[in-house]
Design a protein around this ligand. Structure first.
Ligand SMILES: [Zn+2]
Length: 439
């Protein structure tokens, strides 16, 4: 795939971004003071509240801070943070990068990240699915990276087809620089198609990620007919002909292939097919910044820690690996990552606002894949999990914390000195576990 985009050549330095305007600089200074006060008084990192103040008093701040920079916006239900980390690492081969690596993915988090990197010509920003249209309107031309759409936070987000419609309308009306889209998700393909109707009829890079979660895309977004999937890949709607586009870059096992006949091994430090898909998307996006496929892969392959996720830690003498899964599609990916082990595992969920208050999605997760292993249910909704595990035929117990879960595992089956116990949790459950490990 030939690089074509804002950066013409990897050998040429990007021009510096324009200096931040005085009023914007003053607002960012006040936001920073608020963040420091928040940290000192024990209300967390403070970056979000500082950013919220900044966007409240300066409505054009995001627009001003992205002007003159090459910006990527990474959105989708699953994999945003990892793909954003990957893309930031690839863009880092060209110089400093502004990025909201902490996953604060609304306008407040974006302005804090941009304000912290005033010299970065390139920026990659993770963007909440519902915020994407508004951010696109403020940022102007950007490389838009669309990963996937599936059910998530049932009480907050909209039905996935409604989100796909919002994306499509935004891409049809906003002047994007380019779109990089997952060809294996019919909803994403339909949404991305808006770009072809938009100002300047921008081009789309189609990426074959091999996504295998199809339960949220059985209805054709174009006509309401039934999408027919595979095998082994591909999909189409027999009613209207809407079908998977041919790809510019795709995954073939552990290898990335491009339409220009490149084949590049993908030796990732992070596990699982989902992260291979994230890496493929990031590599395709990096090409839009003038970064070659091999350079991007070399840069991102070593990423091994995404804001604490995937970390292997020791808890009471037992090695544990923390994995995040927020919704049925994400849980299916995480369960596949741990499939090869028969060691005990810990699964953990909360149902706070950031997770979605409604945990009924548990019944769409294939916990049957854990059958034959001893599993400890943890988190505030461990009893809901226990009922689900019981129906899945999984031998299980409950524990109120990570250290108690490790103790339960050790009482049940002895200390697993040479084995890493996988701990899969949803958003705040993993944050709680990270906090417990770091104490
Ligand atoms: Zn159709």
């Amino acid at each position: 795939m030939s690089p074509d985009g804002p950066g013409a050549s990897p050998d040429r330095a990007d021009p510096p971004p324009p200096p931040i305007r005085p009023v914007a600089r003053a607002v960012l200074g006040m936001a920073s003071a608020i963040s420091r006060l928040s940290r000192r008084t024990g209300f967390g990192s403070g970056s979000v509240i500082g950013g919220q103040f900044a966007v409240l008093v300066h409505r054009r701040l995001l627009s001003q801070l992205t002007a003159g920079r090459n910006v990527a916006l990474v959105s989708g239900t699953n994999g945003k943070t990892t793909t954003n980390h990957y893309l930031a690492r690839a863009l880092g081969t060209r110089g400093p990068v502004a990025t909201n690596a902490d996953g604060a993915n609304m306008d407040a988090g974006m302005v804090v990240a941009l304000g912290a990197a005033p010299d970065a010509t390139n920026a990659t920003l993770e963007c909440d699915e519902l915020w994407l249209p508004e951010v696109l309107r403020q940022v102007g031309e950007a490389v838009v990276v669309l990963l996937n759409l599936s059910r998530d936070q049932l009480d907050r987000t909209q039905e996935v087809r409604a989100i796909a419609s919002l994306w499509r309308d935004a891409l049809a009306t906003c002047p994007t620089r380019a779109v990089v889209a997952n060809a294996d998700d019919p909803l994403v393909v339909w949404a991305a198609g808006g770009a072809l109707e938009g100002p300047g009829a921008r081009s789309i890079t189609w990426v074959g990620t091999g996504s295998w979660w199809t339960l949220d895309a059985t209805g054709c977004p174009a006509c309401g007919g039934r999408i027919r999937f595979g095998p082994p890949q591909g999909w189409s709607c027999p009613s209207c002909g809407f079908a998977r586009p041919s790809c510019d870059l795709w995954l073939d096992g552990d290898t990335l292939c491009t339409a220009s006949d490149e084949t590049i091994a993908l030796p990732l430090a992070l596990p699982g097919r989902a992260n291979q898909a994230n890496a493929a998307m990031a590599t395709a996006a990096a090409a839009r910044f003038g970064i070659g496929t091999q350079s991007a892969v070399t840069a991102l392959a070593g990423v091994d820690d995404i804001a604490g996720r995937y970390r292997t830690e020791t808890v009471d003498g037992q090695q544990v690996r923390l994995l995040l899964a927020k919704n049925p599609a994400g849980w299916q990916e995480a369960l596949e990552m741990v499939d090869s082990s028969d060691a005990p595992a810990v699964v953990s969920i909360n149902a706070r606002i950031a997770d979605g208050r409604d945990p009924s999605w548990l019944w769409d997760v294939p916990f049957e894949r854990l059958a034959g292993r001893f599993v400890v249910a943890s988190g505030e909704r461990r009893h809901d999990l226990a009922v689900r595990l019981g129906y899945a035929g999984v031998d299980h117990a409950c524990a109120s914390s990570l250290s108690e879960a490790v103790a339960v595992v050790q009482r049940h089956s002895g200390r697993h000195r040479d084995t890493v116990i996988d701990v899969i949790g949803n958003y705040t459950a993993v944050q709680d576990h990270i906090g417990e490990v770091d104490r």
